[in-house]
Design a protein around this ligand. Structure first.
Ligand SMILES: *Cc1c(COP(=O)(O)O)cnc(C)c1O
Length: 493
């Protein structure tokens, strides 16, 4: 299987190179030359397997330069009980018609663990497979959860260093502490003045700076990404939709071949695009509900066919979705419109901040996607409703999706069983969760954790409980313009 840029560069490369490189040199994202197929018979077989085996099989279809045994041994290692107590992607059913796919049982209580626990191993093998001698320097812009999950995944992995930049006012206090107290000898964490897009654009600038690349190369390093633009981040995510489907079939909630719908709280469009790929492989899925918060650029896009980032940016209680440029949307556009038009859209996006897709593309979008959004009020109401009616506590991001899923079902009458992706533990956003269920929310976030534990009767995840005793290691705040200099100094060049 070869990988090609979404912007039309002719040369294809292997999965190992795509994972090592992150972004294509024409600025595009890597996509497989074809989408492998997944038959109903195979799905039936996977129903009997555990999560690690389901994931290893899906990965083996895409990463053909890795052996199945390599992938299986990595998946068994990361998706086991010690890293994901209670299972990697359990499916629970708090209310009629809606199942919730809990993707946050990993080490950092965020769904990004699902990909970021396995990706360092894929990269490590990629360095070996490509005979790489330089140090891989992972550069990450995060709106909160990615940073911690990446730091935890890459820490002390030989041959790799990782540097994380986060917007100084764009993450919760707990998220900040999770990153600032990160252990490991190969990790760097820096706050950037501005919002997530400022941090992400800073990282993108460094990646596309050819002068910097020469200097970095001479210094014995090369840049690689852990953001969801990296194929190694995206591919592992396909598996949990296959897994959710298998679980629905195993429980008799779906007959093999019957469709489910999927609703995903969306930021960078990685998670929902993985679901789309699963369907393109053959997984029976009807509609994809793309759920946004008050930053509703995607629901506007799906409604109108025009993507327009010239708008206000809001800081919400679901900060991992506070995004105006959803990078992985480019991969969907590439599949629907081809590389030439995609390159054109992306050029317009960078020069004018907006682009419109043609009617044929809009029609294809309509056939699969429905974009909805929940503002702050609806988000809080969704948390309250689940807690009061079903005794189910969800985080703010999951609440955005639950709100949109219910709205979709009520307004369309489509009763296809709905799977809602749940992307963070409620404890990661304890104050807002408490406020939403009508409790007093203590100023102090740790007091909020205790309060939430009392209210819900669910234990605080170990990684969060231990935070209050940890020492802060990283407290630097810089301007976006100084990010490259920061990277040089971290590399010691
Ligand atoms: C990253 C994240 C999202 C958005 O996922 P994308 O793949 O970027 O669309 C949603 N919720 C939480 C909690 C996240 O950390």
């Amino acid at each position: 299987m070869k990988y090609f840029s979404t912007r039309g560069q002719k040369e294809g490369i292997s999965a190992a190179y795509a994972i090592k490189q992150g972004l294509a040199s024409d600025g595009g994202l890597f996509m497989p030359e074809s989408i492998p197929s997944l038959s109903l018979d195979k799905i039936k077989e996977l129903c009997k397997e555990d999560y690690a085996r389901r994931a290893a099989y899906i990965l083996s279809l895409y990463l053909t330069d890795y052996t199945y045994d390599e992938l299986l041994s990595d998946c068994v290692e990361v998706y086991g009980e010690d890293r994901f107590p209670g299972g990697a992607a359990p499916l629970v059913k708090p209310e009629d018609g809606i199942s919730v796919l809990e993707l946050w049982h990993g080490p950092t209580s965020a769904f990004k663990d699902m990909a970021l626990q396995i990706m360092p191993r894929l990269l490590s093998r990629a360095l070996e497979k490509t005979g790489e001698k330089r140090t891989a320097f992972i550069l990450v812009a995060t709106s909160g959860d990615t940073g911690k999950a990446a730091l935890e995944g890459y820490r002390d992995v030989p041959g790799v260093r990782i540097s994380v930049f986060y917007p100084v006012d764009g993450v919760s206090r707990i998220q900040k502490l999770q990153m600032a107290t990160q252990a490991g000898d190969n990790v760097f964490v820096t706050a950037v003045r501005g919002n997530f897009d400022d941090a992400q654009n800073g990282v993108k600038r460094i990646f596309s700076d050819t002068e910097a690349a020469k200097k970095i190369d001479a210094g014995g390093c090369f840049l690689s990404s852990a953001n969801s633009i990296n194929w190694g981040r995206l591919a592992p995510q396909i598996a949990y939709y296959v897994s959710a489907y298998c679980d629905l079939v195993s429980r008799g909630e779906l007959a093999l071949g019957e469709k489910m719908n999927v609703c995903v709280p969306t930021g960078n469009f990685g998670n929902i695009f993985a679901a789309y790929l699963a369907r393109e492989m053959g997984l029976p899925v009807g509609k994809f509900i793309c759920a946004s918060n008050k930053n509703n650029i995607l629901s506007d896009f799906f409604r109108t066919g025009r993507y327009d980032r010239n708008r206000a940016f809001y800081t919400t209680m679901s900060p991992s979705m506070d995004i105006l440029i959803s990078s992985n949307l480019e991969r969907l556009l590439y599949l629907l419109a081809g590389s030439e038009r995609t390159a054109g859209y992306m050029k317009k996006l960078s020069t004018e901040g907006a682009y419109s897709v043609e009617p044929d593309v809009k029609e294809k979008l309509d056939a699969s996607f429905c974009g909805l959004f929940a503002d702050e009020e609806k988000t809080a109401a969704a948390i309250a409703r689940s807690f009061k009616e079903d005794g189910y506590l969800c985080d703010t991001h999951t609440a955005v999706a639950l709100s949109c899923a219910r709205e979709y079902i009520e307004t369309t009458g489509d009763r296809t069983p709905m799977v809602v992706a749940s992307t963070a533990s409620p404890y990661k956003f304890a104050s807002n969760v408490l406020r939403s269920i009508g409790g007093p929310a203590p100023e102090d976030e740790f007091a909020a954790l205790d309060e939430l534990e009392k209210k819900s009767g669910v234990a605080i995840p170990a990684g969060l409980a231990s935070l209050r005793k940890k020492e802060v290691r990283f407290d630097r705040v810089i301007d976006p313009a100084d990010m490259l200099g920061e990277v040089y100094s971290e590399m010691g060049i």
